[in-house]
Design a protein around this ligand. Structure first.
Ligand code: SER
Length: 317
């Protein structure tokens, strides 16, 4: 990658990936795009353009004018919000991905697609979920993610496009809040632990999900995009995860830093149902073997860092 265009730059991943890419590739070589211009590093730390990802004409013009050689397509609606607006979710997530791939094909750019643990469903083996396995998701978000994975495979096979993708687990970060996801509780809990010393979880105890701290996710995107293509057997949608925990385990980790912290439960049936349909823990051996995936943060190391960062934010706000 030399000149990169990023969609969905104001989202939880985008607000950190854009500055990270600008640091590595040079600010002038990373064009951030989003539906809205929000003051801050994304729109002020380098080139920025407004883009609605279903507008293929503008999208293609931006790629051409910027002479981009890679599209990092992040724009999307998360799982729980998607269940409240399935049609719009399909349109943006699957339709947006198709439009983005078409634009990438026109200009012959590399393409990154963030898939998700949501690409699996209740019939998928839940423990040590294999790289290649049953994918029958039951959310519209998951259906669009499987579609995106298949489209990326298709564009590679049919048109030789250099498509690559990761199945992200729940991502935990402190720069921007995730919005409308199922794994979001694992972010909210740190904010409330730091500000109130307690948290009411909408996910039930015993519900295991894969997670990862944002610095590992950012590094994984660049590692995959820069990996030697001859080693990429799977290419699209590698399982990646750094840890798997349930609400009690993250609460126990927080208690090591804030002994008085307390967790209680008020389970949301929609998000609980989604969480139960997803794997407990992924097998990441393909990512390790094919491009050297090696996350650095485990639960306790992440907890110490998250609580520090979140406290700093509370102090400054
Ligand atoms: N974190 C996402 C969600 O919860 C999963 O990819 O929707």
């Amino acid at each position: 990658m030399k000149r990169i265009i990023v969609t969905g730059s104001n989202g939880q991943i985008g607000v950190e990936l854009v500055p990270y890419l600008r640091e590595i590739y040079g600010a002038e070589n990373v064009l951030a795009t989003a539906r809205r211009k929000v003051p801050g590093t994304v729109s002020e730390g380098g080139p920025f353009e407004l883009l609605e990802v279903r507008d293929g004409k503008t999208f293609s013009e931006l790629i051409g004018n910027f002479k981009a050689d890679a599209v990092v397509h992040l724009a999307g609606i998360l799982s729980a919000r998607g269940e409240a607006c399935p049609q719009e979710s399909w349109d943006i997530n699957a339709g947006g991905c198709f439009t983005a791939l078409e634009c990438a094909r026109e200009h012959g750019t590399a393409f990154f697609f963030p898939s998700s643990i949501a690409a699996f469903g209740p019939s998928t083996p839940a423990d040590n979920t294999p790289q290649d396995t049953i994918q029958r998701p039951t959310t519209i978000y998951g259906v669009a993610k499987v579609t995106g994975e298949l489209l990326c495979d298709y564009y590679h096979l049919k048109f030789g496009l250099d498509t690559r993708g990761l199945r992200f687990p729940g991502l935990i970060s402190y720069e921007a809040m995730p919005g409308g996801g199922t794994t979001d509780y694992a972010v909210h809990i740190y904010y409330e632990a730091a500000s109130k010393g307690k948290y009411t979880s909408y996910i039930a105890p015993g519900t295991q999900m894969d997670m990862m701290y944002m610095p590992d996710a950012l590094e994984s995107v660049v590692q995959l995009m820069e990996a030697d293509p001859s080693r990429l057997v799977h290419r699209n949608a590698y399982n990646i995860s750094a840890m798997s925990f349930d609400p009690d385990q993250i609460a126990a980790s927080i208690k090591k830093v804030i002994p008085s912290f307390e967790i209680s439960y008020d389970v949301d049936p929609v998000r609980q149902g989604i969480a139960e349909s997803w794997p407990n823990s992924l097998d990441c051996s393909a990512a390790k073997a094919e491009w050297g995936f090696a996350p650095k943060y485990d639960l306790d190391v992440m907890t110490v860092d998250m609580l520090e960062r979140v406290k700093g934010k509370n102090r400054n706000s």
